[in-house]
Ligand binder design. Structure first.
Ligand code: ATP
Length: 306
């Protein structure tokens, strides 16, 4: 009994931590095979996606009953387009992605994918439709090929190489003495944050989900690394419905829609140009970025938005 209790308890702790950071949610679900805080309805059907339009309809949410986090959040991500969410730290950006993945159920309103309420479909089909590139990717103690191939069990080596190329990680892998057979993770080769995110991008490209959640890393990057991430984001978001949780304004310029979240409320929405013309919170953030120092570590935008 005790022996059984300890590992389950341990899994519970890991579950909470991972849920918070969005890291490797897909892997964790396959370990637990269920989300313990929400449950499938008895007659839940599989989610059927066509273009995968995502709609947050008047969503209200609180983690704890005495503190509301989201207030009447209402927006639509048209099928195949990108919506970026920006806002100060704690404004509720990551909470949106946790709700879309149905880590929690909303308190009011609904989240719909192609008209189907995420609460009414099976969690397995919902997870299948959504790919996540988390801020921090936790790698398996296995080969780099395994870590990419996990995106779609049964994928061929050629397919793994193809997505690694698309994620700009192939040349790095090819330069390693053991190539794709290199062991990575805690007991293997340690990859940098950017390299790990590329592995996550390759994995997600292999999965080919209809919906993508891209949780931009908070850490400051130099201009070259940032340009590389933008190129990869374009690649992976192409013709996918994408929710981009942004910590840097430079990554959101091309988004079809930008939402500015402030204390759990959408206070502005529009394209980059529209928001600049509105001269509101977004324009202020943008101006601060323009006059700020170029050294990444001292970037005022990074400070103000994360
Ligand atoms: P950041 O840019 O720092 O990642 P964010 O805009 O993504 O912030 P969220 O992570 O969505 O913010 O958090 C919104 C609010 O919800 C914060 O005030 C946070 O303290 C609170 N919160 C987040 N997770 C939980 C939780 N598991 N239980 C209780 N409150 C939480």
């Amino acid at each position: 009994m005790i022996q059984l209790y300890i590992p389950l308890n341990f899994l519970g702790v890991i579950y909470r931590e991972i849920k918070q950071s969005l890291a490797d949610m897909e892997r964790l679900f396959s370990l637990l095979d269920e989300n313990r805080e929400v449950a499938d309805k008895p007659l839940a059907q599989s989610l059927m996606t066509q273009g995968a339009e995502v709609r947050f309809s008047h969503v209200n949410f609180s983690y704890e009953s005495n503190r509301k986090i989201l207030f009447d959040v209402d927006f639509t991500i048209a099928a195949g387009t990108t919506t970026a969410v920006v806002g100060h730290s704690g404004s509720g950006k990551s909470t949106l992605s946790r709700l879309l993945f149905r880590f929690y159920d909303v308190d009011g309103g609904a989240i719909l994918i192609d008209g189907q309420n995420v609460c009414d479909v099976t969690q397995a089909s919902l997870r299948q439709a959504i790919g996540i590139v988390p801020q921090d990717t936790v790698l398996f103690n296995d080969t780099i090929a395994y870590n990419i191939g996990y995106g779609r069990p049964g994928a061929s080596h050629d397919e793994i190489v193809a997505v690694a190329k698309a994620a700009y990680i192939h040349d790095f892998i090819a330069s390693l003495p053991d190539g794709y057979a290199t062991m990575v993770g805690e007991r293997g080769l340690k990859l940098s944050g950017g390299e790990k995110q590329r592995v996550a991008i390759a994995r997600t490209l292999l999965k080919r989900p209809a919906i993508l959640i891209f949780d931009e890393a908070t850490s400051a990057l130099d201009t070259r690394a940032e340009q590389a991430i933008q190129a990869q984001l374009k690649e992976i978001a192409r013709s996918r419905t994408t929710l981009l949780i942004a910590h840097r304004l430079s990554t959101v310029i091309d988004a079809e829609q930008i939402l500015v979240l402030d204390h759990g409320r959408i206070v502005e929405r529009g394209t980059h140009m529209q928001l600049l013309a509105a001269e509101g919170l977004y324009a202020q953030m943008w101006m601060r970025q323009q006059v700020g120092p170029t050294e990444p570590d001292a970037s005022p935008v990074t400070e103000s938005m994360t």
